[in-house]
Design a binder for this molecule. Structure first.
Ligand SMILES: *Cc1c(COP(=O)(O)O)cnc(C)c1O
Length: 458
């Protein structure tokens, strides 16, 4: 069963949790209990990615084994690497390549699964779905790619006008299928997220249009990502003969690293998660000071991390305040009013040693790209480079460090050229800048977005 972080929604099953996106009380859906499976880790060590995905998903869903096998197969067949998420060595660290999916970012891992899962549930129920999403780049293209052409689904994807990297924008707007609507909002990514939240909070509108979410507020996104944390930790523990590993995670919305946190609670051999921020460092400040305070968004070379309000942080905070939904509600209200909350100074909320954090500035990020290229011949994308830079402060003799590579460098050719002099390309991006596009520009206004959905929803 699934419950809401705000405690005012009746428990629901996995399918409903996936379909509802944001809980009706404004909270996020989480499993009522986290399964602890420490004793299965040894037996899971030699499983393939797909086999492990099946085992992990089985713990959190009530789909039949046949359906689950089919979903896992369909979701990861399109990945260009047989291991789905291979590990590569670069000097003292291991890089966990999460970018072998169709849009070259880690979000494909969860969104390919979610697209198939939506379709499966909609077929079962003979229903239709309208997806409303907000993206700073990679979510949009991965989500659009996962549902393009599906007859039961329409997708309305908002992105901040002119603030998405050109290739990332084209990966969305060059998709011309009739069920795909790209909305370029005159605002920041946080504005897009706010419009999305406001629209979901209008429960009449949400019900009327069967509105669903592909953003990481959707539990299935977090679930799919748990797999690679366990997979990488188990493979590395074995190959390095280590007890436990550390993982460094370039972070924006706290969706990716939250999956790592769940993997830890489940009993994966992970001692520490290293949270890496760019100059938009609200999360890194929180883990170093206990104060969560949002400022203005700064545009960087790692745009998918240019976020000041991390929607998934609420799930983590729920556990951090001892699973006290009332306390969490008060904190979220306080944050809404004052844009600042403080946690961790009380007696029962000791600091969480499982997450450490740091910042990689633009200069440090560029230096990390250059260094890794010169020393190890490996080219990091700018997001991954933030993680690699921050991981350097948390290396250990006994525990291997794994850095999550969240995007293929070919998505960010300008930064790579500046740092290394090299031009990285990928055949999936060829010709994309010349291809025809379709998108609508819209004011920074929830009503305009609602009107557009009204006019075009399925
Ligand atoms: C989305 C994204 C991130 C941040 O992931 P969160 O789940 O938002 O923390 C980092 N790197 C890339 C390339 C991304 O697309």
């Amino acid at each position: 069963m699934y419950i809401s972080t705000r405690g005012e929604t009746d428990p629901i099953g996995f399918r409903d949790a996936v379909m509802t996106g944001l809980a009706p009380d404004g909270g996020l859906m989480i499993p009522a209990r986290i399964p602890v499976v420490k004793d299965r880790m040894a037996a899971w060590t030699d499983l393939s990615y797909r086999e492990l995905a099946f085992e992990v998903f089985s713990l959190f869903t009530d789909l039949s084994p046949e359906d689950l096998h089919a979903l896992v197969h369909e979701s990861y067949i399109g990945f260009r690497h047989p291991e789905v998420t291979p590990l590569v060595r670069a000097g003292p660290i291991r890089i966990l390549e999460l970018f072998h999916g169709p849009t070259l970012a880690f979000k494909d891992i969860a969104l390919q699964f979610l697209g198939n899962l939506f379709e499966h549930i909609l077929e079962e129920r003979d229903q239709r779905l309208n997806i409303l999403g907000a993206t700073s780049g990679d979510t949009g293209s991965a989500a659009i790619c996962s549902v393009r052409g599906r007859s039961r689904i329409r997708i309305f994807m908002m992105h901040p006008h002119g603030r998405v990297a050109p290739l990332q924008e084209r990966q969305m707007t060059t998709v011309l299928e009739g069920n795909v609507y790209n909305l370029a909002i005159d605002g920041t990514f946080d504005d897009c997220q706010r419009i999305m939240k406001e629209t979901f909070e209008d429960l009449t509108f949400k019900d009327q249009h069967a509105l669903g979410s592909v953003n990481s507020i959707n539990w299935a996104r977090v679930l799919a990502q748990i797999v690679y944390y366990i997979h990488a930790a188990l493979k590395t523990r074995k190959s390095e003969n280590a007890d436990r590993v550390r993982l460094a995670v370039p972070t924006g919305n706290f969706g990716d690293i939250l999956a790592g946190w769940y993997a830890m609670q489940m009993g994966a051999p992970i001692s520490r998660l290293v949270l890496a921020s760019n100059e938009n460092d609200i999360l890194s400040r929180f883990f170093n000071s206990g104060i969560y305070r949002s400022g203005g968004v700064i545009k960087t070379i790692s745009p998918s991390m240019d976020i000041q309000v991390a929607s998934n942080f609420e799930r983590y905070l729920y556990y951090r305040v001892g699973e006290d939904a009332g306390r969490l509600r008060n904190l979220m209200d306080e944050f809404k009013d004052s844009k600042s909350i403080s946690v961790g100074s009380g007696d029962d909320e000791s600091d969480d040693p499982s997450i450490v954090a740091g910042v990689g500035t633009t200069d440090q990020t560029m230096a990390a790209i250059r260094d890794n290229y010169e020393k190890y011949g490996y080219i990091l994308d700018p997001h991954t480079a933030v993680g690699v830079h921050v991981s350097n402060s948390f290396l250990s003799e006994s525990e291997p460090m794994i850095c999550l590579a969240t995007a293929h460098p070919a998505k960010f050719p300008d930064a790579i050229r500046e740092a290394t002099g090299e031009t990285v390309t990928h055949d999936l991006l060829e010709g994309i800048l010349e291809a025809p596009v379709r998108s609508v520009t819209m004011p920074n206004d929830a009503k305009a977005v609602r009107d557009h959905i009204d006019a075009h929803a399925g």
